[in-house]
Design a protein around this ligand. Structure first.
Ligand code: WTA
Length: 662
C-alpha cells in the first residue's frame, strides 16, 4: 500500500506559522524550563527514575533498566500496586472526598464517585473476582460500555494482580470470542446493554454469542445498565450488583513486580489476526502518570479533566483511567454519543462541569466543525485552559477551528503522537514551552528518542520524509505480543535492527527539527482514529459465501481521516443483485464491528493481479483515492483494472446524482 512517505509530504502544506503558549498559561505551567528536555536527553534513565519517584513503591527497584534488545525490563526488582497508586495513597493523604469521576449516562442520569468511594467499590469488585476464582496472573475479559464499572473492574484486576483484556463494546461477538481465546480468559464481565444515540444496544446478547463459541468462559458478571431483559445462564452468569454488593470493602492491594503484566489490549496488525499488546506495571504507570502530569499540565486541586475517548481503546486506558487517577485529578466520564440528544452535548457538559482540559480526536473535531460553530458558541467554555488531540494527524484547518471555537484562542493544543504499543504519549508539544505548529506533533517527550530514517535505516536530512523509529527503550513500551514473542520481534524490531523500534508511521523532520506525522506506511488503515488492517476486513468479506476474493484499501475522507473501500469478486454461483453490497457491508459489521464496515464496496469480475497471482493493492488504492491507476504493465490481466476503474466511476457518479437518498 502507500509505502511512500514522500507522496504524503507533497500534499502537506508545511507552514512556518508558530503559535506561542499563551502567557497566562505559560506563567503557571508545570514545565517552563527548556533545560528539562536537554537534561532528560543526557541522562534519560535518570529522568525516568525521577518520574518513577512520583509513585508509591512497596519495594524500591534495584536497577532502572535491563535492556536486552528487543526486551526491556524497567525498575527491576521494584514492587508496587497500580490500584494502590491510583486510589489508596490519595485517600490516605486526605483526599478521599475529592471526586475521581463525574460520570454521565447518555440518557442524562449521573453519578459522581469520590476517591474513597471508588477505592471501596474497587476493593469489593476485587473480592468478587476472587470469589469467582480469579487469581494473580489470570486473564479477565471486559466487554462494557462507558459506565463507572468499567474502570472499577480494571482497577479491581490491578488490585489482585489479574490481567485485564478490555474489548471495545462496539466490537462484534466474533471479535470478542477471538480475544477471549487468544488470552485464555475464564471470566468475562459485561452488561445487559448500553445506550447509543438514544437506543439500547444488547451487549449481553453479543456476549452470549461470544461465550457460546468457546468453552473457556465459566463465569460471567453482568452489570445491570439498561434493564432490558437478558438470558442468565445458571451457574455461569451472575449479576454484578449481587456478587459485588455482598463483598467486603477491605482488600489489600497485591504487591506486584514492576514487570508483572497489567493488561493486554488487542490492536490490528498487518495480518488478519489482532495482536495482544502486552503492558506491564511499573514502567507503564511511570510513563502514563508522568505524561498525563506534564503534557496535560494537571493541577489536581483545580482541574476538571475530560478525555472524550472510549476506555476500550488505549487512549482511555492510559488517559481516562491510569494517568489521571495516578495524578489524583477529577475527571469527566461520558457514556454516549457526542451529538446526542443534540450537537451541543459536549459543550453543554463542559460548561456545566466547568471542565478545564479536553482531549479528543481529529475526527471528532471535524464532526464538530461540520455541525457548526454555533453549538460551542451557545455555551460558556471559558473554563477550558488546555486542549489535546490524538489518534491521527490533525489537519491544520481542524487545529485552527479547535483553537478558535473551542479554546477561544486562549488554550494551548497538545497534538500527541503515540500508539497502543507505546502505552503512553511519545511525541508532543509541552504546553507551557513549545511554540505550536498546527498539524505537527513536533517534539519528543523528555527521554524519548525518535529518529526518522530512510530505507536503509539512516537518519534523513531535514525536509525529507522517512520512517519513524524509536531508538531508545521507554518505560511504557509493550513487552511482547501475548503468546507470540516472535511476532513481536518481527513486527517491531526487525526492519532496522533489534534495538530500533519501527512504528509503522511515516514522518518528516522539518528545518527546525520538528516532527510531522504522515500516517501509516503499512497495510493498516486509520478510520476515525481506529486502527484496522486491510487483511482483517478482507478476511471478513471472504468469509461470506457470495465472495470469492476481496481487496480492501483506505481512501482519504474529510471526516473520518480514512474510509474503507472494498473490491470483491463473487463466488461461482453467486450473482450480483441490488442489496448485495449492503449485505456484505453488514457482514463485515457482524464479523468485526460497525467501525470496520466499508464505506464503498465494488463488485468486479476480476481483480488486478501480477503474473504470480498476487493482487496489486497499489492499483486499487489509486482507484479508491479517485486517481488514475498507476503502472499496469506488470499485470497479468490489465483489462481488469480498466473495467474496475469504469465501474468505480459509475458507482460514484450514481451515488452523487440527485434523487439518491444517501
Ligand atoms: C496514529 C492511539 C499523527 C498513528 C493512541 C499511530 C497519530 C496510530 C497521532 C496508533 C498523532 C496517533 N498524529 N498520527 N497525534 N496519534 N496517530 O494504537 O498512525 O490506536 O501509529 O493508538 O495512530 O493508533 P492506536
Amino acid at each position: 500500500m502507500g509505502s511512500d512517505p514522500q507522496s504524503a509530504i507533497a500534499s502537506l502544506d508545511a507552514r512556518s506559522e508558530r503559535v506561542p503558549p499563551p502567557e497566562a498559561f505559560a506563567a503557571t505551567a508545570r514545565v517552563r524550563d527548556p533545560e528539562v528536555l536537554r537534561r532528560a536527553d543526557e541522562d534519560w534513565q535518570g529522568w525516568w527514575a525521577e518520574q518513577a519517584e512520583h509513585l508509591r513503591w512497596l519495594r524500591p527497584w534495584d536497577r532502572v533498566l535491563h535492556w536486552d534488545p528487543p526486551h526491556a525490563q524497567w525498575f527491576v526488582g521494584g514492587r508496587l500496586n497500580v490500584a494502590d497508586n491510583c486510589l489508596d495513597r490519595h485517600v490516605e493523604a486526605g483526599h478521599g472526598d475529592q471526586v475521581a469521576f463525574h460520570w454521565e449516562g447518555e440518557p442524562g442520569d449521573a453519578r459522581s464517585l469520590t476517591y474513597a468511594e471508588l477505592r471501596d467499590e474497587v476493593a469489593r469488585c476485587a473480592n468478587a473476582l476472587r470469589e469467582l476464582g480469579v487469581g494473580k496472573g489470570d486473564r479477565v475479559n471486559v466487554y462494557l460500555p462507558m459506565i463507572p464499572e468499567l474502570p472499577v473492574v480494571m482497577l479491581a484486576c490491578a488490585r489482585i494482580g489479574a490481567i485485564h483484556s478490555v474489548v471495545f463494546a462496539g466490537f462484534s461477538a466474533q471479535s470478542l470470542t477471538d480475544r477471549i481465546e487468544d488470552a485464555g480468559s475464564r471470566v468475562l464481565v459485561t452488561a445487559d446493554g448500553s445506550y447509543r444515540k438514544g437506543r439500547t444496544v444488547p451487549l449481553k446478547e453479543a456476549a452470549d454469542d461470544a461465550m457460546a463459541a468457546t468453552d473457556l468462559v465459566d463465569a460471567c458478571l453482568v452489570v445491570r445498565r439498561t434493564g432490558d431483559p437478558v438470558a442468565m445462564e445458571p451457574g455461569r452468569d451472575h449479576w454484578y450488583h449481587e456478587v459485588v454488593g455482598r463483598q467486603d470493602a477491605d482488600c489489600p492491594p497485591e504487591p506486584m513486580d514492576a514487570e508483572d503484566v497489567l493488561f493486554i489490549l488487542y490492536t490490528s496488525g498487518t495480518t488478519g489476526k489482532p495482536k495482544g499488546i502486552t503492558h506491564t506495571t511499573g514502567g507503564y504507570l511511570t510513563q502514563v502518570a508522568s505524561t498525563a502530569r506534564l503534557v496535560f499540565d494537571l493541577q489536581p486541586d483545580h482541574d476538571v479533566y475530560w478525555c472524550a475517548a472510549d476506555i476500550g481503546w488505549v487512549t482511555g486506558h492510559s488517559y481516562i483511567v491510569y494517568g489521571p487517577l495516578a495524578n489524583r485529578v477529577t475527571s469527566l466520564l461520558y457514556e454516549g454519543a457526542p451529538d446526542h440528544p443534540a450537537p451541543d452535548r459536549l459543550w453543554e457538559m463542559v460548561a456545566r462541569h466547568r471542565a478545564t482540559i479536553l482531549y479528543t480526536a481529529p475526527t471528532a473535531i471535524r464532526a464538530f466543525m461540520r455541525a457548526g460553530p454555533e453549538h460551542p458558541a451557545a455555551h460558556d467554555l471559558s473554563s477550558l485552559r488546555l486542549l489535546g488531540s490524538v489518534g491521527e494527524p490533525i489537519n491544520p484547518e481542524a487545529w485552527r477551528w479547535y483553537h478558535e471555537h473551542i479554546g477561544g484562542g486562549r488554550c494551548p493544543i497538545v497534538d500527541t503522537w503515540w500508539q497502543t504499543e507505546t502505552g503512553a504519549i511519545m511525541i508532543t508539544p509541552l504546553p507551557g514551552l513549545t511554540h505550536a505548529k498546527p498539524g505537527a506533533a513536533q517534539q519528543p517527550f523528555p527521554g524519548i528518542k525518535p529518529v526518522v530514517v530512510d530505507d536503509r535505516g539512516d537518519p534523513v536530512a531535514p525536509g525529507e520524509g522517512g520512517y519513524l523509529t524509536l531508538q531508545r527503550p521507554w518505560p511504557a513500551m509493550l513487552r511482547t505480543i501475548w503468546g507470540d514473542d516472535q511476532r513481536y520481534r518481527d513486527t517491531y524490531w526487525s526492519r532496522f535492527g533489534s534495538d530500533v523500534y519501527f512504528a509503522g508511521d511515516g514522518a518528516k523532520l522539518d528545518e527546525d527539527g520538528d516532527l510531522w506525522l504522515l500516517g501509516r506506511v503499512d497495510d493498516v488503515m486509520n478510520v476515525s482514529g481506529h486502527r484496522l488492517s486491510t487483511t482483517e476486513v478482507e478476511s471478513a468479506l471472504v468469509d461470506h459465501p457470495a465472495v470469492a476474493e476481496a481487496a480492501v484499501s483506505g481512501r482519504a475522507d474529510a471526516l473520518t481521516g480514512q474510509a474503507i473501500v472494498a473490491f470483491v469478486t463473487l463466488a461461482g454461483e453467486a450473482e450480483e443483485h441490488d442489496g448485495l453490497a449492503d449485505e456484505l457491508r453488514a457482514h463485515v459489521a457482524d464479523r468485526i464491528g460497525k467501525l470496520a464496515r466499508p464505506a464503498e464496496l465494488h463488485v468486479a469480475p476480476d481483480l488486478p493481479k501480477t503474473r504470480s497471482g498476487k493482487i496489486m493493492r497499489r492499483l486499487l488504492t489509486d482507484l479508491a483515492e479517485g486517481r488514475e491507476p498507476g503502472d499496469v504493465t506488470t499485470l497479468a490481466n490489465p483489462d481488469a483494472i480498466r473495467a474496475l476503474a469504469e465501474r468505480t466511476r459509475q458507482a460514484r457518479a450514481a451515488a452523487r446524482s440527485p434523487g439518491n437518498s444517501e
